[in-house]
Design a protein around this ligand. Structure first.
Ligand SMILES: [Zn+2]
Length: 85
């Protein structure tokens, strides 16, 4: 499965069960993220890493200065859907 090209800054709305934490825990909540980078997940076909910021990262009170701050695993077919949501 090819890794989707997603421009940086794209907002992606993930549903429960479509994503997993970097610890492999399947997500149980809705999560809105802003994509920084998409990365290949070696050895896990059908899944990619998303390096993201949370929507509140650009708030003045948060002012997240890192390149990205959250890493989530996403099932590729769900990612295509999530981008078009
Ligand atoms: Zn951030």
């Amino acid at each position: 499965m090819t890794v989707p090209e997603i421009p940086a800054g794209t907002r992606v709305s993930l549903r429960p069960g479509e994503w997993a934490s970097h610890m492999g825990q399947l997500g149980t909540i809705y999560m809105d993220v802003r994509v920084v980078k998409v990365g290949d997940m070696e050895g896990v076909p059908g899944w990619v890493w998303l390096l993201v910021h949370m929507p509140e990262c650009h708030w003045e009170s948060v002012a997240c200065a890192r390149e990205w701050c959250v890493k989530v695993a996403v099932w590729i077919p769900a990612l295509y859907d999530a981008v078009n949501r």
